[in-house]
Design a protein around this ligand. Structure first.
Ligand code: S3P
Length: 448
């Protein structure tokens, strides 16, 4: 099991207004997929704007271990010399995916239909997360997996020798599971069909098409039916990674709750399967606008302008929107604390199996900071106290979860007393420049 370094205690407190431009890093989901699909293509894929967070660096290392040549050219420009579908070689050592569920689950899928064996591990957070949701459908291809009790890492996976194509309905709304099955389907002959009842982020589908795979998507009574024709030759691509809406969420939410703020967050990917938070904030009467909306690389993009919003109101978040903002509930719950009235979040059971149990982690920290929270297995309700009426003044645990750490640091920018997190180290997994970016806007935030 890998670990993190010494804990990095951090603190944030109320200060002047936030202003200026926040250039957030590249999209984490697209960064992982660029490296993995690049490794499965024949020839050289060039990636610009790759997120150089630890999660993605671990995936880059893994792709090298499977035989691809991965080169960092500096300034976010990387190249991957791929080995082709079915071309992975057996790694010599254990594959350590660190904190990344996306990394490990997608890579397991990508190697599942090649006759090699690999052992996967990760940090304490990742080793506590369920892998059966991926290894169960991979078993249908003929893949074998042996892990710890409850399907936990460390786990050894042996790829199918003679993979069969699969038809699989994903039982939980999970882009990671869907993607693992599609990546495994790449090296199975014939058609692999994946059905999802609720649409989740569709980057794998879009990118597979971009790499030249035959893939169709149909909306039927069963749900979204994705059909992939196996054993294509993937063509190397030039990818410009859009900036991550899930990272943009932090400076946006910080501006909404910090008096006098006006922040521009340029070039944010607004793929509808990812942009649910921004829609929700607007329904809460946030002063959040999309400037200069345009299309880039087939994805909708805009500059987000967020201004201080003293009259936010709590709302009932439509449960059908959950998948499009699943990583944003922690920071939404912070904004909800500064709104008038209750914010109701339902259909979010998946939050219990993220890098931490995010409902529990946020509920405990919010309560300690003076905010009432009710919760059940798949729902929670935050009782807003209104602007200027959230006490704060406590230390909360980040639980090896980057988004929990960043959410409470954003909260401290507007609570009556500072907020501390016990360990900001995990922030480096997805948003390594969080601290300088936020202080650059004027936020009083840093190492304690
Ligand atoms: C991701 C899918 C989501 C999300 C994660 C990234 C992806 O996880 O929470 O941060 O890139 O496919 P699930 O598939 O488990 O919902």
């Amino acid at each position: 099991m890998s670990g993190h370094g010494d804990p990095i205690p951090m603190i944030s407190e109320r200060g002047g207004p936030l202003s200026g431009e926040a250039h957030v890093p590249g999209d984490k989901s697209i960064s992982h997929r660029s490296l993995i699909l690049g490794a499965m293509a024949v020839g050289e894929t060039v990636i610009e704007g790759l997120l150089e967070g630890q999660d993605v660096l671990d995936t880059a290392k893994a792709m090298q271990a499977f035989g691809a040549e991965v080169t960092d050219h500096g300034g976010g420009r990387w190249s991957v010399h791929g080995v082709g579908v079915g071309g992975f070689s057996e790694p010599a050592g254990v594959i350590d995916c660190g904190n990344s569920g996306t990394g490990v689950r997608l890579i397991m899928g990508a190697m599942a239909t090649t006759a090699i064996t690999a052992t996967f591990t990760g940090d304490a957070s990742l080793c506590s997360r369920p892998m059966g949701r991926v290894t169960d459908p991979l078993a249908l291809f003929g893949t074998q997996a042996e892990g710890r009790e409850g399907g936990r890492l460390p786990m050894t996976v042996t790829g199918a020798r003679e993979p069969m194509p699969v038809r699989y309905t994903v039982p939980v709304p999970s882009a990671q599971v869907k993607s693992a099955v599609l990546l495994a389907g790449l090296n199975a002959p014939g058609r692999t069909v994946v059905i999802e009842r609720e649409a989740t982020r569709d980057h794998t589908e879009r990118m597979l098409q971009g790499f030249g795979a035959e893939l169709t998507v149909e909306q039927t009574d069963e749900g979204r039916v994705i059909t992939l024709t196996g054993q294509p030759e993937l063509k190397p691509q030039h990818i410009v990674v859009p900036r991550d809406p899930s990272s943009a969420a932090f400076p946006v939410c910080a501006a909404l709750i910090s008096e006098g703020s006006d922040v521009l967050v340029p070039n944010i990917g607004l793929n509808p399967t990812r942009a649910g938070l921004f829609e929700t904030l607007r329904e809460m009467d946030a002063d959040l606008t999309y400037e200069n909306p345009r299309e880039e690389g087939g994805e909708p993009v805009a500059d987000l302008r967020a201004r201080f919003s003293p009259n936010l109101k709590g709302i009932e978040v439509p449960p059908e929107r959950a998948a499009s903002m699943i990583d944003e509930y922690p920071v939404l719950s912070v904004v909800a604390a500064f709104a008038e009235g209750r914010t109701v979040m339902r259909g979010v059971k998946e939050l219990r199996v993220k890098e931490s149990d995010r409902i529990d982690a946020m509920a405990q920290g919010l309560r300690a900071a003076g905010v009432a929270v009710e919760e059940g297995e798949g729902w929670w309700i935050v009782e807003g106290r209104g602007f200027g009426r959230v006490p704060g003044g406590v230390t909360v645990e980040s639980r090896l979860d980057h988004r929990i750490a960043m959410s409470f640091l954003v909260m401290g920018l507007a609570t009556n007393a500072p907020m501390r997190v016990d360990d900001g180290g995990p922030i480096a997994t997805s948003f390594p420049v969080f601290e300088p970016l936020m202080t650059g806007l004027g936020a009083k935030l840093g190492r304690a």
